[in-house]
Design a protein around this ligand. Structure first.
Ligand SMILES: *Cc1c(COP(=O)(O)O)cnc(C)c1O
Length: 346
């Protein structure tokens, strides 16, 4: 197997991994210092992270039994596959989508079945449901907004896919708050749905590694069985609880990024590039008159790193740019304009 790689290059403007461009609130940073004294470092952590699960439950209006937390949402996905995937079982993904869904499936010995999205990268509900009926996967992955296209899945698609089979449907909402709607409401009535979320993007805490899912209590019970004992350290639990005191600041940060996304998309449309509609904190685009990898390298040479999507199925020539601070986005747009105006040297 190949490992998962997201190439890093040391440049001034890094718009390649969909992180938040700014740090968490100052108040959070000040209070986190106090945690160093209050954490019982000599003791094992609260194994079920009960207070954190209660607070996340409050945030979404669900009982704490419906919440499972782990070290980033990737560990949530791994736990789901450890519990429900494995030998003799399969997972279903609709490409192009987040590479870790198939990667973690393979790592856990789960057979991966890949199906294509429509030519415009949307998902046809009937085609998706037919795939579920045919494949009978233990786990079907949807991603809304979808990484790397940025496109949002309608509630109709999710309900149709969920009704089509006996297996679980995981809706990866790593970028959920940037979007217009969420599946968190249907999860309350549909025991076959799992919604995963992360503190990495909207909460500006990628360095903390914290994620969770909301699911039926019968499902979270299985996830607690397979995860390692005391997987979530005391300090991280406390840091997550503290972060939830700053919901308003998080929502303001998200609103700023959504506005900035509008500005970036409008500016991109002035260039000879194809732009996909985004409900996330990144935008997928394809230069129409230049090779994608050439443009990527030229951006790096000008100190701007974006994601080259050439290795994704059907995304040859595409690049994905994370919404940054206005000055970072300006640097990106200026560099891109320069590259697309100049004839490539061959
Ligand atoms: C970034 C991302 C995640 C986040 O993973 P963490 O382990 O929580 O950092 C999950 N799913 C998708 C689709 C992502 O793009």
């Amino acid at each position: 197997m190949e490992g998962y790689h997201s190439p890093q290059v040391d440049v001034p403007v890094r718009l390649n991994t969909n992180e938040a461009p700014d740090a968490p609130p100052d108040g959070w940073k000040q209070r986190i210092r106090g945690l160093i004294d209050s954490v019982q470092w000599q003791r094992y952590p609260d194994r079920r992270a009960s207070e954190l699960c209660s607070r996340i439950g409050e945030l979404h209006g669900v009982a704490p039994e419906r919440v499972f937390v782990a070290n980033g949402s990737n560990e949530v996905l791994q736990s789901i596959l450890l519990a429900y995937g494995g030998a003799g079982r399969s997972s279903l993904v609709f490409e192009p989508t987040y590479a870790l869904h198939s990667h973690i499936s393979r790592v856990t010995g789960t057979e991966v079945v890949e199906r294509d999205r429509e030519p415009d990268f949307s998902l046809d509900p009937n085609a998706a449901a037919a795939a579920v009926t045919e494949v009978e996967p233990a786990v079907t992955f949807l991603c809304s907004p979808n990484n790397p296209t940025g496109m949002v899945e309608s509630l109709e698609v999710i309900a149709t896919v969920s009704a089509a089979g006996e297996g679980l449907v995981v809706v990866d909402e790593a970028y959920g708050q940037f979007s217009t709607h969420t599946v968190l409401d249907p999860v309350r009535e549909d025991d076959g749905l799992i919604v995963s979320r992360t503190f990495s993007k909207t909460w500006a805490m990628a360095g903390a590694r914290l994620g969770y899912c909301v699911a039926a209590p019968e499902v979270t019970e299985q996830l607690w069985k397979v995860v390692l004992p005391y997987h979530l350290d005391s300090f991280k639990q406390a840091a997550g609880i503290l972060a939830l005191d700053y919901v308003v600041e998080m929502e303001q940060r998200v609103a700023r990024l959504v506005e900035e996304r509008g500005r970036l998309v409008a500016a991109l449309r002035e260039f000879p590039v194809e732009v996909w509609p985004s409900g996330a904190n990144f935008v997928l685009f394809r230069p129409t008159e230049r090779d994608g990898t050439y443009v990527w390298q030229q951006l790096v040479d000008r100190g701007v790193l974006v994601r080259n999507c050439a290795s994704w199925p059907r995304l040859d020539g595409c690049l994905r740019v994370t919404i940054g601070l206005p000055a970072e986005d300006d640097a990106f747009l200026a560099a891109l304009g320069e590259i697309l105006e100049t004839e490539p040297v061959t």
